[in-house]
Design a protein around this ligand. Structure first.
Ligand code: HEC
Length: 181
């Protein structure tokens, strides 16, 4: 009996120390995927059809330099003015600097605004500039794609508009390091 009590106490001490170490070193294991590969794939398609014209297929954005692809002159006329200046990247160190410490739900909300402004095909948005229907999955899918390009892994749990994971906690290590500069 006495032995059991001691043993339990030891387990508790080990447990507390163990979790403390995780916090101190920031070595918490990455949570398993918060989106599915089907969502990321649907997001890629929606992104490439519209967003990618300005933010570019690599998601690295534009500086406004000549020769950036796809050429601004090849874009639909209503996009050309906005695409000829800087377009912020949606991947890499600069993007992580702005969004890494925020929650996935905030990113989805910002992407939802962009979806309303530039509705990709397959969305049910009556006029550009209107908010997508509450049930429209486009913004969630594009968020999944953006997270995947930034190194996050797909899993079995679908992303939703309310998923509130810190972006940096699920993206790639090299992005975290780049962000620390
Ligand atoms: C016509 C060019 C153009 C298109 C098309 C476009 N964007 Fe953008 N986007 C911009 C520019 C320019 C900005 C920066 C100015 C601003 O924040 O409004 C921006 C800003 C953003 C931001 C905020 C980035 C940050 O770090 O603050 C996100 C997210 C975004 N766009 C996502 C999208 C998505 C998703 C789509 C497709 C549904 C899309 N954009 C379509 C030009 C475009």
């Amino acid at each position: 009996m006495v032995k059991t009590v001691k043993y339990n106490a030891l387990l508790i001490v080990v447990g507390v120390l163990g979790s403390g170490l995780f916090v101190l070193t920031g070595q918490q294991p990455a949570p398993s995927g918060v989106f599915t590969s089907a969502q990321a794939e649907a997001g890629r398609k929606a992104y490439e059809d519209t967003c990618g014209k300005c933010h570019t297929p690599t998601l690295l954005g534009r500086k406004g330099d000549p020769g950036e692809l796809p050429p601004v002159s090849s874009l639909p006329v209503y996009m050309q003015e906005m695409a000829s200046g800087p377009v912020p990247p949606l991947a890499g160190a600069d993007f992580m600097g702005r969004w890494g410490s925020r929650k996935t739900a905030e990113l989805t909300e910002r992407i939802n605004q962009a979806v309303g402004a530039f509705p990709p095909e397959g969305t049910n948005i009556p006029v550009p500039g209107h908010a997508p229907a509450e049930s429209d999955p486009t913004a969630v899918n594009i968020t999944a794609w953006v997270l995947q390009v930034n190194g996050a892994r797909a899993g079995t749990v679908p992303l939703t508009k309310t998923t509130a994971i810190i972006v940096r906690s699920i993206t790639a290590d090299q992005t975290r390091q780049a962000d620390a500069h």
